[in-house]
Each structure stands twice: as C-alpha cells, then as structure tokens.
Design a protein around this ligand. Structure first.
Ligand code: SF4
Ligand code: SF4
Length: 352
C-alpha cells in the first residue's frame, strides 16, 4: 500500500498502539508558543500545530553528551567501546526537520563512517507531518527547498480535515500500518484532495528572500568580504545558541576524563559550537577565527556554500530556530537580505 487513510476519530487509538510498539516521541507544548520533542503515550499530549521545537530532532541522533568508551582496570578490561542507543519512533516531524536529518545522515555516513550515529539512526522510525501553512515569519523553508516532503521518512501524514493521507515510504512504515490496524485504503477523491492542497501550498509558500535559490552559492562566492560580517561582529554575543538549536550543526568535542587513580576513565563527546571563541584555537595558541565576524561568516558559509560544494545541498533547512533563539536579534533572513543588497550595490557601482 503506498497511501493510506487515518480517520481523525481513530488518531488517539493509533497513537496509543504506536506507543506500545516502542518509545514514542512527539512535539508537545511547553507554553508561550514553545514546543519540545518528548515522550508521549496518548494523542492528546501531542501538539499537532506547532512551530519548530526549541531543540531539533538531532538530539536523538547525536545526543548532547555521549559516552564513546570506558575503561576500568579493576574489571580487567583495557577499554570498551560504548554505543548508546534506544529504539524510538519520532512522530510529527516537519519537512524542515526531515531535511535536517538527511543532512546529518550524509555527514555521518561519509568515510570513516560514524558507527555510533549510524547504529542509533537505524533504530529510529521517522513519521513526518506536513505543514499546510507557514509556521511563522522566521521560516525560510521554501528558499532552501524544504517546504515539501522529499523522502527521508517511514510514514508521512498530511492533514486533510476529517482524515490524514499517509504516505507509506518504507517496509518499517508498512509494518506500522499493519500492527496498529487503524488505516484504510486511500480513495481517488482523497488523493485528489492531497493534490489540491499541494497546489495551494505552491501558491502560498514563496521565496522568503528575494533570490533564486540556484544563485545562492554565487552570492556567497562574492560575499566573503561583505560589510554585513563586520556588523554582526558588533552584535553577536558568541553564546553558541544558534548552532545548538540548528538541526544541521553537528560539530562536537571529544573529552577524556581519567580518575585520579589512573585506573578508570571515560571518553565522551559533547556538542561544540563554531561561535565559541576557543573553537578554532590550535596548538601554539593560534586562533584562526578569533573575530566574531569571522565566526559568524563561517556559520553562514557552512549553511549556504561549503556543503553545496561537498554534498550538493544547502545545510540550512529554513527552520528559523537560529533567529528565534538569538538574544542579539540576529536574523538569518535579514543577513541574507543584506548580502543580496550589498552585492546589488556592487554591481551598480561597477556601472557608475
Ligand atoms: S545565538 Fe545570536 S548572539 Fe548567540 S552566537 Fe548565535 S548569532 Fe551570536
Ligand atoms: S541555519 Fe538557522 S534556519 Fe537554517 S537550519 Fe540552522 S537553525 Fe534552521
């Protein structure tokens, strides 16, 4: 079955059954228009209309802190590699977050493959939920081609009023359909409704920044010395929040902690941030991105330039989290607008 129907009156029953299969995580409200991915067992707990969660789903793929190996002489073992994982179903992922997971998959599947990440990823079931309209003014998912479903999920739900049309994309998705016994076969009229909704979306999801997405890499080719980086130098607090909440930021530090008796210890990795001052410090005390302007520029190039060369895709999903969280009010869309304006000014100056 490629498409199935879940009637809304069966939704709570479906969620209850789904949570019995393995741990189920979904967006829940934390008040004041904040949302978080947390464990749920009933449909009533789930926020079906939500703006991107405070932290993205990457915390399930790349935990903020993760033990990599441990040793303990008393147990006679030299060192034991450790892989921490838990089977989990993530329900309600928007297309921007699915896109973020696709980015992480590409990075951690490159050689040398990240065994811990891949083991964990293979234990996670992904169920997407379509945004029928914009979440808020910070989103720029259409600009980076992340506003429509493009794979990377097991099941994908689209709300069509009284029912959800569900795209069944993998054998794991098929298994959920069978086990939860809540679905019907999709009829032609329901598929037509899905097509109408997508046609409508094409009209309301429009480029949030005035540039054709194919020209973004060229914009960045011309913007290394742009004024805007200097302006961000004055405003950025170097707190690292923007990278912590970003679904595609994956840098980590590795730390060894050894007991005072030198007989036991642990090696773990923790999220790191290119926005923190020591991030680019190397032996001899040299810091090759000491200025905040250079660190901000690096963040943007890691979204719109370098990954295009390496992976042929943007590593920005347009989720808007970095803008929502920034205490200094630094906005991704405003920065892009400034870069566009500055590059247009340069073209004009050439003609004068
Ligand atoms: S969240 Fe804002 S202030 Fe903090 S590092 Fe990022 S851009 Fe700078
Ligand atoms: S750069 Fe900002 S808008 Fe883009 S994916 Fe990261 S948090 Fe989301």
């Amino acid at each position: 079955m490629q498409y199935a129907i879940l009637r809304k009156e069966r939704f709570n029953d479906f969620i209850a059954r789904l949570s019995e299969i393995q741990k189920l995580v979904a967006p829940v409200s934390k008040g004041y228009n904040n949302f978080a991915f947390e464990e749920v067992t009933t449909g009533d707990e789930i926020a079906l209309k939500y703006i991107p969660t405070i932290l993205p789903a990457k915390k399930f793929f790349l935990p903020r802190r993760e033990t990599l190996l441990e040793f303990n002489d008393a147990k006679g073992a030299n060192a034991e590699a450790s892989v921490e994982y838990e089977p989990v179903t993530l329900f309600g992922l928007h297309t921007c977050d699915l896109s973020g997971i696709q980015c992480l998959n590409m990075v951690f599947s490159e050689r040398p493959k990240d065994y811990n990440y891949i083991t964990r990823k293979n234990k996670i079931i992904l169920i997407g939920l379509e945004c029928n309209e914009y979440c808020d003014e910070y989103a720029s998912c259409h600009l980076v081609n992340a506003s429509f479903p493009s794979g990377g999920y097991d099941l994908f739900f689209t709300d069509l009023g009284d029912y959800y049309v569900v795209h069944v994309n993998t054998p794991a998705g098929d298994e959920i359909i069978d086990k939860t016994e809540s679905f019907e076969k999709a009829e032609v009229y329901q598929m037509n409704e899905l097509k109408n909704l997508r046609d409508h979306k094409r009209k309301i999801f429009i480029n949030e920044v005035p540039i054709d997405r194919s020209r973004i890499p060229e914009l960045f080719d011309l913007s290394f010395s742009a004024r805007v980086w200097k302006e961000l130098e004055e405003r950025c607090l170097a707190c690292g929040n923007c990278t912590n909440v970003c679904p595609t930021c994956y840098c980590f530090d590795i730390i060894d902690e050894i007991g005072l008796n030198m007989k036991q210890g642990v090696r773990y990795r923790v999220w790191d941030s290119c926005q923190l001052e020591p991030f680019a410090k190397v032996a001899g005390g040299i810091n090759f991105r000491k200025e905040r302007s250079a660190r901000q520029r690096h963040r943007y190039y890691r979204k719109f330039s370098y990954p295009v060369e390496r992976f042929s895709r943007f590593f920005c999903t347009g989720c808007g989290r970095c803008t929502r969280t920034c205490m200094a009010g630094i906005s991704l869309k405003e920065t892009l607008n400034e870069l566009i304006k500055e590059s247009e000014d340069r073209v004009w100056r050439r003609w004068l």
